[in-house]
Ligand binder design. Structure first.
Ligand code: HEC
Ligand code: HEC
Ligand code: HEC
Ligand code: HEC
Length: 370
């Protein structure tokens, strides 16, 4: 029944035309496969392991380890304006609004979920989990740590200039180097680590969850573009300067190009994991194709080795089902080049300027500090 080897993009229209009923066959089909039997044993083994290993083992169930999460109030002790800016975003409001919406209820019903705030299918992307009385509990929407990583191991380190009375301007150069290096190795994702920081966006906004999309009817990822989506409501440049100015032109060039690289990487991962010729696989394949087309267009006016290497690597990425190994291989090659690209000099990327979105296209209202 499934045309496994058909390329997904050309097969897309046919996939959409399939009757809904056929989508429901997939769990049964998976149960019968030898891998799934292994998976059942693996789950049992993991459950035992988690019971024995205690709280920190929840890490595997959520994006962040709840035992390591400090929560936005803890960040707000110093970053007051940043928290104010964040409170005006959909990332914050989703905590209250999403579970109450009719759209959410419709998705949950299709998936057989009764309580949205206690089902991990929704928790991974819409909420931040922390431990309350040793139990993982949703404490907010998508919060500081969803992007900068869980803070327990770095919250003290990153803000200590060398003792209680030492201010930023009196910190020794050697201390600063060590402080930043220690923050990084404790897992903090700082703006200088643009690849990791932006990868977070794509890990949620491509919606890499086949069942959620095919069975639940959740949107299969949005038309996410890194400049538009970071420079509107999400923008919080209120720490080093006070007026929340937009990222510099050089930085926006980097954002734009690395955003397309990440879009391509995550779409390849999405296709690799797809099992069904249906909406999810089709959307991921279209996403990969679109991102690659943008990269090729950028390559016409921008001279950059990483960009060219990614386009060359794309030749061995056939967008079809049952091609997991090959697609994941290309995705990790793309990731490697994108990481390197993050350190490119924005002043050498002017070739992309005609493609950069203008301020009137930024997504959501920019926070105005009072
Ligand atoms: C005790 C005060 C304090 C707390 C609490 C705090 N920060 Fe900071 N944060 C600072 C200071 C001070 C700096 C500036 C460090 C510097 O100049 O290098 C900073 C800088 C940052 C930066 C920018 C780093 C860079 O490389 O430019 C980020 C991101 C950040 N903090 C995130 C957080 C998050 C997320 C939390 C909560 C988990 C948090 N902070 C909690 C004081 C704090
Ligand atoms: C893999 C990440 C991911 C998971 C898991 C996920 N969502 Fe979403 N959801 C998103 C993203 C990203 C958006 C924003 C879409 C956009 O930007 O167009 C979104 C948007 C929504 C919206 C529309 C906005 C709103 O708040 O009304 C609803 C409703 C929703 N999700 C419900 C759910 C429900 C219910 C679950 C659990 C069954 C769930 N989502 C699980 C990523 C996810
Ligand atoms: C959706 C992801 C996301 C969330 C949520 C988020 N940040 Fe950021 N943060 C970023 C990005 C991206 C940048 C870098 C912007 C740039 O380099 O132009 C940044 C930059 C920063 C900076 C440096 C700002 C400056 O003035 O240069 C600080 C400090 C910071 N974040 C703290 C926080 C705190 C505290 C929270 C929670 C209240 C938070 N962030 C929530 C993604 C996020
Ligand atoms: C942990 C998952 C997650 C991460 C990480 C994340 N987002 Fe989101 N984002 C969501 C979800 C879910 C929504 C929809 C919330 C709602 O409306 O209920 C959303 C909504 C948004 C919106 C509002 C969209 C609208 O329709 O108005 C913007 C803008 C946005 N995200 C930008 C970003 C950027 C930029 C990054 C990375 C720097 C990022 N997000 C990282 C999950 C995430």
């Amino acid at each position: 029944m499934r045309s496994e080897n058909t390329k997904l993009v050309s097969a897309g229209v046919a996939a959409l035309a399939r009757p809904n009923g056929e989508r429901c066959n997939w769990p049964a089909a998976r149960m019968a496969s030898p891998q799934s039997i292994f998976r059942v044993f693996a789950v049992i083994a993991l459950c035992l392991f988690f019971t024995l290993a205690g709280a920190t083992a929840f890490a595997a169930d959520y994006r962040l380890d709840p035992a390591q999460v400090e929560g936005p109030d803890a960040c707000g002790e110093c970053h007051k304006q940043t928290v104010k800016a964040w409170k005006e975003t959909h990332h914050s409001s989703t905590f209250k609004d999403m579970p109450r919406s009719d759209d959410a209820r419709a998705i949950a019903d299709k998936l057989g979920i009764s309580r949205i705030k206690s089902e991990s299918d929704c928790l991974t992307c819409h909420f931040t989990m922390a431990l309350e009385e040793a139990k993982p509990t949703p404490i907010s929407g998508i919060s500081c740590e969803s992007c900068h990583s869980a803070g327990a191991d770095w919250i003290d380190i990153h803000s200590d200039f060398g003792g209680k009375d030492v201010k930023a301007e009196n910190e020794t150069p050697a201390h600063k180097i060590k402080r930043l290096a220690d923050s990084d190795s404790a897992g903090m994702i700082r703006p200088s680590n643009l690849y990791e920081l932006a990868a977070n966006c794509y890990s949620c906004h491509t919606v890499p969850n086949e069942r959620l999309v095919n069975v639940g009817g959740h949107t299969a990822g949005s038309k996410f573009e890194l400049v538009r989506w970071t420079q509107g409501e999400i923008r919080h440049n209120v720490w080093y300067t006070e007026d929340n100015t937009e990222a510099s032109l050089e930085r926006r060039r980097l954002f734009y190009i690395i955003g397309k690289m990440l879009d391509y990487e995550y779409a390849l991962r999405g296709v690799a994991k797809a099992t069904q010729n249906a909406e999810y696989a089709k959307a991921m394949a279209m996403r990969a194709q679109r991102a690659l087309a943008f990269l090729k267009k950028i390559d016409e006016t921008v001279d950059n080795d990483q960009l060219t290497a990614i386009i060359n690597a794309s030749a061995s990425a056939t967008l079809k089902l049952n091609n997991e190994t090959a697609l994941l291989d290309v995705a990790s090659v793309v990731a490697g080049h994108a990481r390197k690209f993050a350190d490119a000099n924005g002043s050498e990327l002017a070739g992309v300027d005609a493609m950069l979105p203008t301020a009137d296209k930024y997504k959501g209202a920019v926070f105005v500090p009072q």
